[in-house]
Ligand binder design. Structure first.
Ligand code: KG4
Ligand code: ZN
Length: 352
């Protein structure tokens, strides 16, 4: 079964073809990230407009890269939530139109769960990707860390899961993005914080870990603690505006703050994952979402887990069409009836 996956939940317009839920034949992305960088975050109106301009060329590129014509495609999978309404609409309307015009089954995919399924890809001929040969076995613990979600989910079966815990406020990726803004670093904050943290001392500042219930998270206090620390470092009070901080902090101060923040944020996640593994004894752990690209996290979990850790190639951690095509394929193979292309609607607040 060959599935075309379409993903337009935020600022990436992505399409990919995946075969039998494991073989990535193509993966194409156009990102409007550069246009948002100067605003320090995604501007929904700009994102939607760029989705509209790029969806057809990106879909076309995905087919050509896979060396497929429409007759080689068995079904279409599309992200219908969670995400920005305007962005989701472009992908869903495109997929519905293709499904009706070409008479291909359509399957609606939950974006957050799609991130988990990036781990199900076993092979690809595309250059520049490292795909793990380690097989996913049940039950598995999914550690989902993105710009909008932070949650631990235990999968008893491929499409059946229990939510163990989630963030009570900011997602971890959002905390990276907000701290980056305080330090005057470009959006998205994750990669820029990590790069700067390499030259910093993670022990220099003691930042707090939130105390929330066992498998829940909270990152908004940590972000505020970074703000207060930066104000204190330049000798100002808490009413000093955050957007003026980066001009007054030295490069060494910024690097030490970035390293201290990254180390506490990652340590918090690692501790919770370790205790969930101890309690539920999954047969493997799957990392998912944009923050799963974080090198410190990947290293710390590899060193500390008693079971196999699967993590997608860093390029497949952030939003992409291959993860949507993969989950779409598994949905069609395992259970769900195809979605009705005439009635499918977007679900911006969809959760797992
Ligand atoms: O999964 P994703 O591409 O989009 C959402 O569905 O939210 O995740 C984007 C998030 C951003 O907050 C970005 O700062 C973060 O992932 N991110 C990272 C890294 N690369 C991306 N965070 C930490 N370390 C990274 N290397
Ligand atoms: Zn995502």
């Amino acid at each position: 079964m060959r599935v075309l996956g379409i993903e337009t939940s935020c600022d990436e317009t992505a399409a990919a073809v995946v075969e039998n839920g494991t073989v990535m034949l193509s993966n194409c992305i156009a990102s409007s990230m550069d246009l948002h960088a100067k605003y320090g975050g995604v501007v929904p109106e700009i994102a939607a407009r760029m989705q509209l301009e790029t969806i057809i060329p990106v879909t076309d590129r995905a087919l050509r890269q896979a060396k497929c014509s429409w007759k080689d495609i068995d079904a279409i999978a599309v992200t219908y939530g969670a995400g920005l309404g305007g962005s989701l609409l472009i992908g869903v309307m495109t997929a519905k139109t293709l499904s009706i015009a070409l008479q291909k089954p359509l399957t609606a995919v939950n974006h957050v769960m799609g991130h988990v399924y990036a781990n199900f890809l076993r092979s690809t001929h595309l250059p520049g990707y490292k795909v793990s040969e380690e097989k996913v076995t049940l039950p598995f613990l999914a550690v989902i860390l993105s710009g909008g979600h932070t949650q631990l989910v235990l999968f008893d079966d491929y499409l059946q899961y229990r939510l163990l815990g989630r963030t009570q406020d900011d997602a971890v990726g959002e905390a990276f993005d907000k701290v980056a803004k305080i330090l005057g670093l470009p959006y998205p904050g994750g990669p820029s914080i990590s790069a700067l943290a390499k030259s910093g001392n993670p022990e220099r500042f003691k930042l707090p870990k939130a105390s929330v219930s066992k498998y829940d998270f909270s990152f908004s206090g940590l972000k505020t603690a970074v703000l207060r620390l930066a104000q204190e470092q330049i000798g100002e009070t808490y009413d000093f505006p955050s957007f003026k901080l980066s001009d007054r902090l030295s490069e060494a101060q910024k690097a030490d703050i970035a390293a201290s923040f990254e180390s506490v944020a990652i340590e918090t996640i690692v501790e919770k994952v370790k205790s969930a593994v101890f309690e539920y004894k999954p047969s493997c752990v799957l990392l998912a979402g944009g923050v799963a690209a974080n090198a410190l996290l990947r290293r710390s979990l590899t060193d500390s887990l008693p079971c196999p850790l699967l993590m997608p190639d860093p390029k497949l951690c952030t939003d992409n069409g291959a993860m949507i095509a993969t989950l779409g394929c598994w949905q069609l193979m395992l259970e769900s009836l195809p979605s009705d292309p005439y009635s499918l609607t977007i679900a911006p607040n969809l959760s797992m």
